[in-house]
Design a protein around this ligand. Structure first.
Ligand SMILES: [Zn+2]
Length: 131
């Protein structure tokens, strides 16, 4: 993983218990992954916005049987076109289906062998929304 300063900032805030995504100061686009310029308008005037609890639906799922209970999924945040990919945590994650409602949360990393984070570090994660 290319650990640019924007990604380091994002993961550092998460490790400190803050769930934030980059947000453009010019056009208000919220996007992932963190990068130097807004993908919508190109400005480098970027800030951060809290996204804890942001909801969306599962777009894709991949399961890693060699990682025990780890499921990874991608979901579209708040129907904005912004897609977030990460570990799926909490009850029911092994039975998760595409289209199910989920939300962003912070959880300890359960995936081993990631370049950017240590196991047990708080990282942005996805959990199923209980109906
Ligand atoms: Zn922009």
């Amino acid at each position: 993983m290319n650990m640019n300063k924007h990604l380091r900032h994002y993961l550092g805030r998460a490790a400190a218990g803050e769930l934030v995504f980059p947000r453009c100061e010019e056009c208000a686009a919220v996007f992932m992954p963190p990068r130097a310029a807004c993908p919508a308008c190109g400005t480098d005037a970027l800030g951060w916005t809290p996204v804890g609890g942001a909801q969306g639906t599962i777009y894709s799922i991949s399961r890693h049987s060699n990682e025990g209970s780890v499921a990874l999924c991608e979901f579209e945040v708040l129907n904005t076109g912004t897609r977030f990919y990460g570990q799926l945590v909490g009850p029911g994650n092994q039975q998760a289906q595409i289209g199910q409602p989920v939300e962003l949360t912070l959880a300890e990393c359960t995936v081993s062998g990631m370049d950017a984070v240590d196991q047990g570090q708080l990282i942005p994660s996805i959990k199923l929304v209980e109906n």
